[in-house]
Design a protein around this ligand. Structure first.
Ligand code: DGL
Length: 259
């Protein structure tokens, strides 16, 4: 099984992308709704939660872990790689590879939660290979609650997006990374705001593509990830809003269980 965790249901955008790319793999998902949001918590607390979430997924039979939360990936990926004897994937590295591959003028915008932006992880990693690239970051703390409220096409959401993206527009970026699990659900508002010349990178798709390539090269592991049975979706608290967001992401009803 592939184990995926996020601070809530936003990481289901990643689960959905993996389901499409690797339909034969079985997934076990954990959304830490009781302790969400992670994006406004300290790095230390997020690390503790990330370890606990991974332990839960391993107990459920995961042979590979995906950190489908940018905030957790920003501060806990190395720790999880050191601690657990399974491959750990996260949403940041594949998005950065796409940045390196596709940006023509090296002016990159990053949007994410406060935890992700404060960690400066995107900036550091992008510069590991391209010191010449310029990175402009913008925390967008109001977007997660708007998505969770289902305000995906409201005038107020458009106004807030316009406000957040304005400084990035002034920087003439050619690439914008959606550095948060919830933002793919707002892509239809973000892309037109930035204009057609800006490439908007969605980490969930980038990750699913890289995972497929990795599994092709590791057929034994790939075999251990596919087994009979349904995908399992656990959350540490069940709310109506979570059910609705999950349904919006998958386009079908998702059976949420408590651990
Ligand atoms: N999953 C988080 C992320 O991608 C967003 C929600 C939260 O702050 O917990 O950063």
């Amino acid at each position: 099984m592939i184990g995926i965790f996020d601070s809530g249901v936003g990481g289901m955008t990643v689960a959905r992308a993996i389901e499409k790319e690797l339909p034969h793999c079985r997934l076990v998902y954990f959304g830490d709704l009781a302790r969400t949001p992670y994006g406004s918590k300290s790095a230390e607390t997020i690390r503790k939660y990330a370890v606990e979430n991974s332990e839960f997924l391993l107990k459920k039979g995961a042979r590979l872990i995906i950190v489908a939360c940018n905030s957790a990936a920003s501060v806990a990926s190395d720790l999880l790689r050191d601690k657990f004897p399974v491959p750990v994937f996260e949403v940041i590295t594949p998005a950065i590879r796409q940045v390196w591959q596709t940006s023509k003028i090296g002016r990159i915008g990053i949007i994410g939660t406060r935890a992700t932006i404060t960690s400066r992880i995107y900036e550091e990693k992008i510069k590991e290979q391209r010191k010449d690239f310029q990175v402009f970051s913008q925390p967008c703390p109001l977007l997660v609650p708007l998505v969770e409220e289902g305000w995906l096409n409201k005038r107020e959401t458009k106004m807030i997006i316009r406000r957040y993206l304005h400084p990035l527009k002034l920087k003439n970026i050619d690439t914008l990374v959606l550095g948060c699990t919830h933002y793919p659900l707002l892509k239809k508002l973000i892309q037109p705001r930035m204009g057609r010349r800006v490439r908007v990178i969605d980490s969930s798709r980038a990750l699913a593509g890289e995972l497929a390539v990795f599994l092709e090269k590791n057929p034994e592991l790939a075999k251990s990830l596919s087994s009979a049975g349904e995908n399992e979706y656990y959350v540490s608290d069940i709310t109506e809003a979570a059910r609705a967001t999950a349904e919006r992401i998958f386009g079908r009803r998702i059976n949420l269980s408590l651990p």
